[in-house]
Write a protein that binds this ligand. Structure first.
Ligand SMILES: O=c1ccn([C@@H]2O[C@H](COP(=O)(O)O)[C@@H](O)[C@H]2O)c(=O)[nH]1
Length: 244
């Protein structure tokens, strides 16, 4: 079974590119360095399941297939069944899809993995995108602060039986206190001190995210945008190891 334990290596690199050759090169360079590879909407929309297979070599670390499904329960269940043969370690849905949709995703993931004799993927839910702040949330019709909405959706996700949530590292400490040690708390919005925030609005450093209780850190452009992605990832990991 793929090891999704964050304690061994918490960093999942976000491979966000339209270019298949570039994705393969990053994956090869980062295999053995990072704890996992995250493929999301950019890559999957361009290359689909065949692209995922091309990027995930035999030695590749666990796959987080970040497709953020958000639809009615029957449709999400179908999408989950469709990606199950790719053997992702983690898949996700939007928590705002509601309890029945999250249950449908969970059930489909378990049933299809069993049918295919594959390990069951962890199913987690996105709470509030890390690119949103309080005014952005309010503009969507949801009352701020973001933290309240994150707590509400995280509680709903765990109550629905999901394995954890995607949140910003800024919410992790509160969610650990709310939910305990079991749920995966997967955090994008992670930026080393020297990196630009870019379109991320709720960020912390990798060390702060881990110290707060994140189980997995999703880091994309600070690694893939570097001249030497493997070196950038090693620096982040060395920094994490050097801190108590
Ligand atoms: O709330 C969310 C959910 C998912 N993401 C994804 O994580 C990576 C972050 O990449 P960076 O380059 O480190 O910003 C990206 O693939 C997003 O789709 C997120 O950022 N926030």
């Amino acid at each position: 079974m793929p090891d999704t334990s964050a304690l061994r290596n918490p960093v999942f690199v976000a491979v966000d590119t339209l270019d298949l050759a570039e994705a393969r090169a990053w994956s090869a360079a980062l295999t053995g360095v990072v704890g996992g590879i995250k493929l999301g909407l950019t890559f999957f929309s361009a290359h689909g399941a065949a692209g995922v297979r091309a990027v995930m070599g035999v030695d590749a670390p666990p796959l987080f297939l970040d497709l953020k499904f958000h639809d009615i329960p029957n449709t999400v269940a179908g999408a989950v069944r469709a990606v199950a043969p790719l053997a992702p370690a983690i898949i996700n849905v939007h928590a705002t899809g509601g309890r029945a949709m999250m249950r449908a995703a969970l059930d489909a993931a378990g049933d299809e993995a069993a049918r295919l004799h594959l390990p069951t993927p962890k199913v987690i839910a996105v709470t509030v995108l890390t690119s949103l702040d309080d005014p952005d949330l309010e503009a969507t019709g949801v009352a701020p602060p973001v933290l309240s909405q994150v707590r509400r959706l995280a509680a709903l996700s765990v109550d629905a039986g999901l394995d954890g949530v995607v949140c910003s590292p800024r919410e992790v400490a509160v969610l650990r206190a709310d939910l305990g040690t079991a749920p995966l708390l997967v955090t994008p919005g992670v930026r080393p001190d020297t990196a630009l925030a870019q379109d991320q609005k709720r960020i912390t450093t990798p060390a702060q995210a881990l110290r707060s209780g994140a189980s997995h850190l999703v880091i994309g452009r600070p690694i893939t945008g570097a001249a030497d992605p493997a070196d950038a990832a090693r620096r982040i990991l060395a920094d994490l190891e050097s801190r108590p």
